[in-house]
Design a protein around this ligand. Structure first.
Ligand SMILES: *Cc1c(COP(=O)(O)O)cnc(C)c1O
Length: 375
């Protein structure tokens, strides 16, 4: 009798849940958007850590491809990006100048001024520093969120305005992917305000807005989600390349020898003989809890339903369509793959691609596929 070998582990230790980010596809998407708006500058919106996929690697790839302007939401995001990118590219902070104004001035970060109070803070700092500080003004044309109201814009303090170096006037579309009439009204209002600031570059289009026609491109476009493969033209074929592939390891496989419930709350009843695979991703990773019973994964090229509730760290899939040899611990399950993968998962969750991407948690390892990024 020989003792069982202890030298060889039965399986390779599984890698954790992993977001593969195709930087070549991000760059291809940026170029595709640039081609859509040949007369305008195409910037990149990288708020929330580059829509959850990593602001620094994405920004570096885009800068190599020729992108010169980056938008983020928060001061901290702007400062981090400045440290990563060095002094040249323009970095704009969408949330205004109320927080971190001194830091922004020191690092040549341009705040988007959203209200008279932002202008007050920024112009006071300019006077204190004895130089005009760059800024972009945000006019609200229908969001009722951030931005100067029409009345606030009309009452802008002359002295405050003279203390800043106005680099642009922007507004943000309410329903770029649907309500064309509303978008046209917003454009008209932005143009009217812009006429009072001759020579100041105007900006209106987000990803979807870029597909509303040349009239919407103005001086500068601000795409975000389309860079990451989200469809900017819902209902029509997606012109963008997929960027994210999300995978997680199968941790355990069970062949049910009798009928059994699966997961918390016993919401799923599986018949005898079902092959249930448990996969190492859960709602704490951003695989939304509402996806239980509503989404599919893919193992070895075969789509399998996600069954039972999504747990904090785990999901369960019914892999009966596969034979047991093809699904075993260590095998990778794909949660997002292929064209429109993010949009499909978002739809299953009753949300939008933006939320799926930005919820991807810190436990998910980001891996970057370096692609062609020549200018
Ligand atoms: C997020 C954002 C964008 C980018 O929008 P997408 O729909 O992701 O292209 C552009 N402008 C502003 C002001 C934003 O907040």
């Amino acid at each position: 009798m020989t003792t069982p070998s202890r030298e060889r582990l039965p399986v390779l230790p599984p890698l954790p849940a992993c977001a593969e980010v195709d930087l070549g596809a991000v760059v291809a998407n940026w170029r595709r958007l640039k081609d859509e708006a040949p007369g305008a500058e195409t910037a990149a919106v990288l708020k929330a850590g580059g829509y959850g996929l990593g602001a620094a690697p994405v920004a570096k790839a885009l800068r190599r491809a020729g992108c010169r302007t980056f938008y983020v939401a928060r001061v901290e995001e702007g400062l981090a990006l400045r440290a990563d990118l060095g002094p040249t590219p323009a970095i704009l902070v969408l949330e205004g100048a109320l927080r971190g104004a001194e830091d922004m001035a020191a690092k040549d970060i341009v705040p988007v001024l959203n209200q008279p109070l932002d202008l007050e803070v920024w112009s006071a700092l300019a006077r204190k520093l004895g130089r005009r500080l760059p800024a972009v003004l945000h006019l609200d044309t229908g969001m009722s969120r951030l931005g100067f109201s029409a009345a606030g814009f009309a009452r802008v303090d002359r002295d405050d305005a003279a203390a800043v170096d106005l680099r642009g006037l922007l507004s943000h579309l309410v329903a770029a992917e649907g309500d064309a009439e509303r978008s046209r009204r917003q454009r008209r209002d932005l143009m009217a305000a812009g006429a009072l600031l001759p020579g100041v570059p105007l900006s209106l289009a987000n990803s979807s807005g870029m597909f509303l026609g040349q009239d919407f491109h103005l001086a500068l476009c601000r795409p975000g989600i389309a860079l990451f493969g989200g469809n900017p033209t819902p209902g029509r074929p997606n012109p963008m390349r997929p960027v994210l592939r999300l995978t997680a390891p199968v941790l355990q496989v069970r062949r049910l020898d009798g009928p059994a419930s699966v997961g918390y709350g016993a919401t799923h009843a599986a018949p005898a003989g079902s092959l249930i695979a448990t996969v190492g991703i859960g709602y704490a990773d951003g695989y939304l809890r509402c996806l239980g019973g509503r989404s599919v994964a893919r193992i070895d090229g075969v789509e399998v339903p996600v069954v039972g509730r999504v747990s904090m760290d785990l999901i369960t899939v019914d892999a009966t369509a596969l034979d047991a040899g093809r699904v075993r611990p260590g095998v990778r399950a794909e949660l997002v793959w292929g064209d429109d993968g993010v949009d499909r998962l978002a739809e299953a969750a009753g949300t939008i691609a933006y939320e799926v991407l930005t919820r991807l948690g810190p436990r998910i390892e980001r891996r970057y596929l370096e692609g062609d990024s020549r200018p």
